[in-house]
Design a protein around this ligand. Structure first.
Ligand SMILES: Nc1nc2c(ncn2[C@@H]2O[C@H](COP(=O)(O)OP(=O)(O)OP(=O)(O)O)[C@@H](O)[C@H]2O)c(=O)[nH]1
Ligand SMILES: [Mg+2]
Length: 354
């Protein structure tokens, strides 16, 4: 590779983007390459950015809107990362975002030629989510976002292959990966780095009115607090019951979870735990055995198909049951606003190196 390669990895909420990127970064590091990450969200205070930093990666955030509406912020973030001389910058768009080829990949090829190289646009697909959303009972708003994401991918990959044996048809070839076992990641990286596949080779038509309605069907909660426990607890002992209570409250209210994730840091260590559907067994990253501590710095990101006020009330009720003090540092409960792209190309730009 001659310049810094930008590799955008999209996919629906909870598809496994961050988990794959962190695993891939470790593999690239072992190959002697430097990797940085750009995370993205409609709001601030992101579990994903904390995970990237906890993994030792140089990380930048684009907040306040999806990449598709924040091209300048995206380019500024990538520019700042150049100070660290990365070989690869992984960029993870917010999971409800689509039309990235027209609004990010084409403008990058057209305006940032020479500064960055561009990898094929990978879109990740959770097999269970595909089965749900592509089936007859799939939520039409979520299915709209999901299908557009699939249609614009240069490279489609099923994730969580360790957990699934059924892979629904996406109408296009898709590889299989597991960030937990490492299956398929080396081959995927070879394709991302190889330069033989088109980058931003497809553009799909998107009805922006419909896109806005689909995104606004989701409720968003980004929440950050400092918790002072009366009695020292392990991060796992704080986060486990909290996730369970929020999950139960959402389920009782009939609110489907798209992704609920929590990052907790104490002086003894950190853990991150999350679920992508109601009643799912949480997966925990970090130090499950981190020792007890009284002060905890807790970030919670919840995306679910319900009213933001209801999400906030359920989370705060669950936190309220924790014995100790809670100092809220950040709280954003909202529905994503209508996407308004800075640039939108209607045809494919020539390759960045062309
Ligand atoms: N079994 C299994 N679970 C996985 C795998 N990859 C990710 N997960 C789990 O799926 C959940 C979501 O993973 P993330 O990497 O946070 O997904 P994401 O696409 O970044 O989610 P958002 O940023 O919220 O859109 C986490 O609980 C992961 O542990 C995998 O290869 N196998
Ligand atoms: Mg993520």
């Amino acid at each position: 590779m001659s310049g810094t390669l930008i590799a955008i990895v999209g996919g629906f909420l909870g598809a496994g983007k961050t988990t794959l990127l962190l695993k891939a970064a470790a593999l690239l590091h072992a190959r002697g390459l430097r990797v940085a990450v750009i995370t993205n969200d409609q709001g601030g205070e992101l579990v994903d950015t904390r995970m990237a930093a906890a993994s030792g990666l140089d990380a930048e955030e684009v907040t306040g809107g999806c990449f598709c509406c924040r091209f300048s912020d995206f380019v500024s973030a990538a520019g700042r990362l150049l100070d660290f001389r990365p070989d690869v910058i992984f960029a993870e768009p917010v999971g409800s975002c689509t039309d990235l080829s027209a609004t990010i990949l084409q403008p990058l090829k057209a305006y940032e030629r020479g500064r960055f190289e561009l990898a094929p646009f990978t879109v990740l697909v959770d097999p269970a989510r595909a089965k749900e959303l592509l089936g007859p009972a799939g939520d039409p708003d979520m299915a709209f976002l999901f299908k557009h994401q699939i249609a614009e991918a240069d490279l489609l990959c099923f994730t969580k292959a360790d957990r699934h044996s059924e892979f629904p048809s996406l109408g296009r070839p898709a590889r299989r990966l597991s960030a937990h076992t490492g299956e398929g990641i080396g081959e995927w990286l070879d394709s991302v780095l190889g330069g033989s596949l088109p980058a931003g080779g497809r553009i799909v038509e998107v009805d922006y009115g419909r896109y806005a309605l689909a995104e606004a069907a989701l409720g968003w909660l980004n929440w950050h607090a400092e918790i002072g426990l009366r009695r020292a607890e392990q991060p796992a002992a704080l986060v486990g019951p909290l996730l369970e209570q929020v999950d139960e409250a959402l389920t009782r209210a009939g609110i489907p979870i798209a992704h609920l994730k929590v990052f907790d840091r104490a002086r003894t260590g950190y853990i991150k735990a999350g679920i992508c559907s109601n009643g799912e067994e949480p997966w925990v990253d970090g130090d499950l055995l981190a020792g007890p501590a009284r002060r905890h710095d807790l970030v919670l990101n919840l995306r679910a198909r319900g009213a933001p006020e209801a999400l906030q009330a359920m989370v705060e009720q669950a936190i309220g049951a924790v014995p100790g003090t809670v100092r809220v540092l950040h709280r954003q409960a909202f529905r994503p606003g209508a996407p308004v792209p800075e640039h939108r190309f209607s045809s494919v730009s020539p390759p960045a190196g062309g």
